[in-house]
Write a protein that binds this ligand. Structure first.
Ligand code: SF4
Ligand code: SF4
Length: 394
């Protein structure tokens, strides 16, 4: 029998960038509730609320699933935050992306109505290709989102994307305060010019893994710098990372390890797994009760160690440190500081400097004992990183 009360008590909430709102670190992507009976939608939403989940992604444009979700939330709508997507449309029961303004308005305004006249995050949908970017940010669609915000119909503007290059452009417009992005350890090491969808459809090609993909690192840095919170989709790589048959790594990751990986990336606020039953909700919530060892994702990744050598995965495998330095945190701030900004220049974002400075123990306290380097599975030069971080950030 699951101890539901304990899960609820343990939920952790993180600030969503500069929005002034806090999201549960585990949210809910409602996608897999689509075309399910109302009773199933209701029991899954009940379980999510019971566990303290307060952020829901509702990208699906189907009328029935939107109605079921609204009805299942009922008066509890006010207790949760919703990501609703602008440009997500349903043409003859085929889900589609539309950049046609009257169509876009019709679908979003119906969603607004069902959500009680207010959607917390108006997400500009699917900013993946150059055309997606142009057709949203260089047209009236971005203005429409702004107007919705001015009118108080949405609380904040966000967007969703699977492509770091166009996501960077979107963040650089200064418009979004939240981004939903696909993050997992396999996607993070796929070269930018390869589509994650090809890897999902045809199976991961581990031969092409390149180590931490620089554009993704740049995107996370930018979000941290501009205080844009990240919510995460596809944390399990559509289930492939946890499958013995499909995982690209030495062994499959567990659900908890995938969640922990995503939550350990810079600027990430919440992971939104697509649960379709109360049991699946309770299963992902078990993450909260896992030990550090159970969350540790490094063993699975070590099969591609050669491509990853020297890159910090923020796994904390190197702890404990006798000087009590949070080595993963120092490495994270250093990595963010070292990624060039959009103009190609290296500059330390003030927010990163201030995060580093508020650490209880900093790089300067390293006594160079070397015990961390022996434990790091990825050959990270930790001692020299501690020195660099101190020089750059303090
Ligand atoms: S230094 Fe190594 S062990 Fe420590 S957090 Fe980074 S990758 Fe993990
Ligand atoms: S080398 Fe420095 S950072 Fe590593 S464990 Fe020792 S004191 Fe900590």
């Amino acid at each position: 029998m699951l101890n539901r009360e304990k899960f609820n008590r343990n939920m952790i909430y993180r600030e969503i960038g500069k929005t002034g709102k806090k999201a549960s670190i585990i949210g809910h992507g409602c996608e897999h509730l689509d075309r399910k009976p109302y009773e199933q939608v209701k029991s899954t939403i009940d379980a999510a609320l019971e566990c303290g989940i307060n952020i829901f992604d509702m990208f699906m444009p189907g009328q029935e699933v939107r109605e079921f979700l609204a009805k299942a939330l009922g008066s509890r709508r006010k207790d949760v935050m919703i990501q609703g997507h602008i440009c997500s449309t349903d043409i003859k029961q085929q889900y589609d992306i539309s950049r046609d303004m009257p169509t876009v308005k019709r679908f979003f305004e119906e969603h607004l109505r069902l959500c009680g006249g207010y959607i917390d995050f108006g997400m500009l949908f699917f900013i993946d290709s150059d055309d997606d970017y142009k057709n949203v940010f260089d047209t009236g669609i971005a203005d429409y989102a702004l107007k919705l915000k001015e009118n108080g119909d949405i609380g904040h503007i966000g967007f969703s994307s699977h492509n770091p290059v166009n996501a960077i452009k979107a963040v650089n417009t200064g418009l979004p305060e939240i981004m939903m992005f696909s993050i997992n350890p396999a996607f993070d090491i796929i070269p930018t010019d390869e589509s994650i969808f090809t890897h999902l459809e045809k199976g991961f090609n581990a031969e092409s893994f390149v180590g931490i993909e620089p554009k993704r690192a740049e995107l996370y840095r930018l979000c941290e710098q501009k205080n844009v919170g990240i919510t995460v989709m596809k944390a399990l790589g559509a289930g492939k990372l946890i499958s013995p048959e499909h995982t690209p790594f030495k062994k499959p990751l567990t659900v908890g390890q995938c969640i922990h990986y995503a939550l350990s990336r810079p600027a990430v606020v919440s992971v939104l797994p697509g649960c379709q039953t109360p049991e699946e909700i309770f299963d992902v919530i078990k993450y909260l009760d896992l030990s550090e060892t159970e969350r540790d994702y490094t063993e699975a990744l070590s099969s591609v160690k050669s491509g990853l050598h020297g890159s910090c995965f923020y796994c904390s495998h190197c702890q404990p440190c006798p000087a009590e330095i949070d080595i993963a945190a120092v490495n994270k701030y250093l990595d963010i500081a070292l990624v060039p900004d959009a103009s190609g220049k290296a500059s330390v974002p003030p927010s990163v400097r201030s995060h580093y400075q508020s650490l209880k123990h900093k790089g300067a306290e390293c006594i160079k004992c070397g015990s961390c380097e022996k434990r790091c599975p990825f050959g990270v030069p930790i001692i020299s990183n501690m020195e660099k971080a101190e020089k750059l950030l303090n």
